[in-house]
Ligand binder design. Structure first.
Ligand code: NOJ
Length: 519
């Protein structure tokens, strides 16, 4: 694994909503630079920055029109270079968001590709050879566009209808008249173009990429074997030219993604992970009502974990820009227990901006830039009690997304002043993780107790000779399981103490505890 990833704790920044320094109502790179010390003080030593490239912003920047240019609303390439430098000065790292699956329709490659005359970019996207032939039934596509230009064909789309799919070829070929194999010249040219983008930013000082929809690239590839092989090639390129670059996939299926060489993958709110059972379901496991079920999540986790040589390569994020925030389902004390769990798992923890202060998910706000239900999780960061909660000097109406209107909304300032806040719990947990290798990414995990609809959840983290027992009991009742080890001093405790009697370990309601194990 890339060395710096081993103890990385990430903070995800949605640049639009973090800090605005030029009063245009939208965040910018200078705003991020000005708050790096806040992130460092929280304890995070790495940043994932959502796309900040030129874009028509129909999908908040996941519709890139120039991969090598910072969107003017955020600043310039020189500003991003300065961000890299400022991050590095603080001993931190930064990952950009790479969107290899699709571009905006405005991208010059697509503008050329849609022309009827054959040119260098005709095969840069996935087209049929006849406007009446489409992509119905082909895996890896989310529909297609027909009739948008004079080119006689349909173009596949990867996500929204304005995001045409870049061409990496087909794994299974049903119609050779237009479906290209993965090693045909056009898909190979797309690969080279993506390597060129990675090279561009890595040379400038970026430390790696979170890769958008990494599993979507090769078409007609139901088991994703072609896409896995493709990423293998990308990873070989990086190992050769940029061995310190970290690659973390948005794939959501570590049992597949990690075979391709990605350093880490996420468990997400979509796909087979059961992430939502933990925090988002009707009866989330982390709710005090105690009706949740973590078993399916843990079973899938174990299935993905075993083939990784028991290395910490699975990331469980606190949230992200695509899902409602934790506080939509859980209160302050419940969220603290969530963080005890997240910060004691292997793999790099990811904290979504604002989750560390318990920001709310804003229901019923109007969609902005293709956010739809996701918009409520993308509202401006709440810094202090100043104008617009310290986010921007623009007028409230000019803000890119409205602020949480609640007068009791949490702010970083308030949370930092309150020793009992989520902020301080998160800070304490990160500091603890950073001080004991047994809690960090690569130390092993073994689940000791996780039964259907049962509490607590118990696991052991092991590093060489040392091991720590972690027991989380989000439910409102005390809970027990059989435990035959010997316990030493307590490393962390939220709630009253545990009791160990005759092989039965009992923990109090709504608690989390980390205890050293003795031989
Ligand atoms: C996943 C991103 O996280 C999401 O925000 C985006 O809309 C889609 N991929 C399409 O790029």
């Amino acid at each position: 694994m890339v060395e710096w990833l081993k103890n990385a704790v990430f903070y995800e920044i949605y640049p639009q909503s973090f800090a605005d320094t030029n009063a245009d109502g939208i965040g910018d790179i200078q705003g991020i630079i000005e708050h790096l010390d806040y992130i460092r003080e929280l304890g995070c030593n790495a940043i994932w920055l959502n796309p900040c490239f030129a874009s028509p912003f129909l999908d908040a920047g996941y519709d890139v029109s120039d991969y090598k240019k910072v969107a003017p609303r955020y600043g310039t390439n020189a500003d991003l270079r300065r961000l890299f430098e400022e991050v590095h000065k603080r001993g931190m790292h930064v990952m950009l968001d790479l969107v290899p699956g699709h571009t905006a329709l405005e991208h010059p490659w697509f503008q050329e590709s849609q022309k009827p005359q054959h040119n260098e970019y005709s095969g840069r996207y996935v087209w049929t050879d006849d406007a009446w032939k489409d992509f119905s039934g082909i895996s890896g596509t989310m529909g297609f566009l027909r009739g948008i230009s004079q080119r006689d064909g349909c173009v596949a789309v990867n996500f929204y209808s304005h995001q045409p799919s870049l061409n990496y070829g087909f794994y299974e070929i049903d119609d050779p008249s237009w479906q290209q194999p993965m090693d045909a010249p056009d898909p190979m040219a797309t690969r080279e173009a993506v390597k060129d983008i990675m090279r561009f930013w890595l040379k400038m000082g970026c430390d790696g990429f979170r890769v958008d929809m990494a599993g979507s690239l090769v078409k007609n590839d139901p088991q994703q074997e072609g896409t896995i092989a493709l990423w293998h090639d990308f990873m070989q390129f990086l190992e050769k030219e940029f061995p310190d670059a970290a690659m973390i996939s948005e794939w959501g299926q570590p049992d597949r993604s990690l075979r391709s060489g990605f350093h880490m993958d996420f468990m997400l709110h979509f796909g087979p992970s059961h992430y939502t059972d933990l925090f988002h379901a009707d009866h989330p496991y982390f709710s005090r009502e105690g009706k949740g079920n973590a078993k399916a999540f843990i079973d899938y986790y174990k299935k993905c974990y075993e083939p990784t040589n028991r290395k910490g390569m699975i990331c469980v994020p606190s949230g992200n820009h695509d899902m409602a925030r934790l506080t939509n389902w859980l209160d302050k004390e419940e969220v603290k227990i969530v963080f005890a769990f997240l910060l004691s798992l292997p793999g790099a923890p990811f904290i979504y901006y604002g989750d560390e202060i318990g920001m709310r998910y804003l229901k019923d706000i109007v969609s902005v830039e293709g956010g739809y239900h996701r918009t409520g999780a993308r509202s401006p960061m709440q810094w202090d009690s100043g104008l617009n909660a310290g986010f921007s000097d623009a007028s409230a109406q000019e803000l890119y997304i409205p602020l949480d209107p609640d007068e009791n909304r949490p702010t970083a300032e308030k949370e930092m002043a309150d020793p009992d806040s989520i902020y301080h719990e998160v800070k304490k947990l990160i500091a603890l993780r950073q001080s004991v290798p047994v809690l960090q990414s690569e130390a092993e995990i073994e689940f000791l107790y996780c039964e259907e609809h049962a509490y607590p959840l118990a696991y052991r983290r092991t590093n060489g000779d040392s091991s720590v027992l972690v027991v989380v009991n989000p439910s409102g009742n005390e809970a027990s399981f059989s435990y035959n080890g010997k316990l030493g001093s307590v490393l962390y405790q939220n709630g009253a103490g545990y009791q160990l009697d005759n092989g039965k370990l009992t923990v109090p309601a709504a608690s989390a505890v980390f205890v050293w194990e003795e031989k």
